[in-house]
Design a binder for this molecule. Structure first.
Ligand SMILES: Cc1cc2nc3c(=O)[nH]c(=O)nc-3n(C[C@H](O)[C@H](O)[C@H](O)COP(=O)(O)OP(=O)(O)OC[C@H]3O[C@@H](n4cnc5c(N)ncnc54)[C@H](O)[C@@H]3O)c2cc1C
Length: 327
């Protein structure tokens, strides 16, 4: 590891000032960035540790308009257990947190760190490989190499996948996020956190250098809404998902009146599937319908040499999320 300065800010203003310096890395619990620094994939001059700012950046609160604010430093364990998130409306978010990593990872890992984590592609995460996304080579090595865990849709010149469990349910819940940078506070739709057409040159997210996420906001959910999450993985232990699906559904009179669907672990960004979700509107839940919707969710998928298994498994995961949501 190269030497670096370590900033322990006493206030958000101090953190913002330090984050504005060139080649500075913002740190939550550090689970992802320390890994990357040990591999010498990132060699920051300065690290700004946000953890001392618990009062401003941690915790879950119900806001005056009925929405929920989750501070950026809130751990996945806190999301799993908080009473404000125990309803069917948040089942998918809580389920996604609960299936992340191990208890140790969930006790330390923060929501901001989870949604901003770097891809797990083994080529970019090892400095030995001359990978395009890492800025170390001319092509995406996974495209023609070992690509079992890589993208089956939404890719152009790089087939990494977005690894976050929490991003798909947050997208279905129409969440927003707040950031601070310099004198500015920005509040944007969660979908804007990810590049629209992700290319190798794009980072995993659209934040500017030095921009600090302070909170995630979930708008008030209707009483008969339900959000669910399902995923596949190779082992029960701390594996990342091989495919994942979050669904949000509202039902009235036995029929589905609102639906949104986002796939995870299949593309360089979390993948909204609006056309598949639209097929549910006005319909009564049925196995036949769910089969058609799952087919639609993977329509146009372009698997690589070693990951076509993601299609049948991913469709089963979509059906599982739909069955949970309409049970
Ligand atoms: C063994 C293991 C298994 C795992 N399994 C899964 C899994 O199954 N599913 C899954 O989704 N994840 C999984 N993870 C990933 C884990 O959830 C994340 O690494 C963790 O949540 C990151 O949180 P952190 O606070 O440590 O982030 P950090 O490592 O501190 O930061 C991660 C990134 O986010 C940026 N960042 C952090 N906070 C902010 C902020 N407030 N503002 C701006 N930028 C910020 C950092 O600069 C960095 O780029 C696993 C991790 C491990 C070690």
């Amino acid at each position: 590891m190269k030497p670096f300065s370590y900033v322990v800010p006493k206030s958000l203003d101090e953190a913002k000032a330090a984050a504005a310096q060139p080649n500075t890395l913002i740190k939550g619990a550090g689970l992802d960035i320390v890994d990357r620094m040990k591999e010498r994939l990132q060699t920051p001059a300065t690290i700004v540790n946000l953890l001392p700012l618990k009062d401003e950046l941690k915790g879950i609160t119900v806001e005056a308009d009925g929405g929920i604010r989750i501070g950026a430093l809130t751990t996945l364990t806190e999301i799993e257990n908080h009473e404000a998130l125990q309803g069917a409306q948040f089942e998918g978010l809580v389920g996604a947190a609960r299936t992340t990593g191990t208890p140790q990872v969930r006790n330390r890992g923060t929501i901001a760190g989870n949604i901003l984590q770097f891809t797990r592609c083994w080529y970019v995460r090892s400095e030995a490989f001359h990978c395009l996304h890492g800025g170390r080579g001319p092509t995406c090595l996974a495209m023609t190499g070992q690509n079992r865990y890589h993208a089956v849709m939404g890719w152009s010149d790089c087939v990494r996948v977005h690894p976050s469990n929490l991003a798909p349910p947050l997208l279905t819940l129409d969440a927003e996020y707040t950031t601070v940078i310099g004198k500015e506070t920005r509040r944007r739709k969660f979908a804007e956190l990810f590049p629209e057409e992700p290319r190798a040159e794009n980072p995993e997210h659209t934040l500017d250098d030095g921009e600090i996420v302070t909170a995630i906001h979930i708008p008030q959910q209707s009483k008969n809404a339900r959000c669910t999450y399902a995923e596949s993985r190779e082992k029960q232990s701390f594996d990342w998902a091989t495919t994942a699906c979050a669904i949000r559904i509202v039902m009235a009179g036995g029929k589905i009146t609102e639906a949104s669907m986002v796939l995870g672990a299949v593309a360089p960004v979390p993948m909204p599937r609006p056309q598949a979700a639209a097929m549910l509107i006005g319909k009564e839940p049925s196995t036949k319908l769910f089969r058609r919707v799952a087919e639609k969710a993977f329509q146009g998928a372009a698997p690589l040499a070693h990951n076509a298994f993601k299609l049948p498994i991913g469709k089963a995961v979509v059906r599982d999320a739909l069955e949970q949501a309409t049970r």
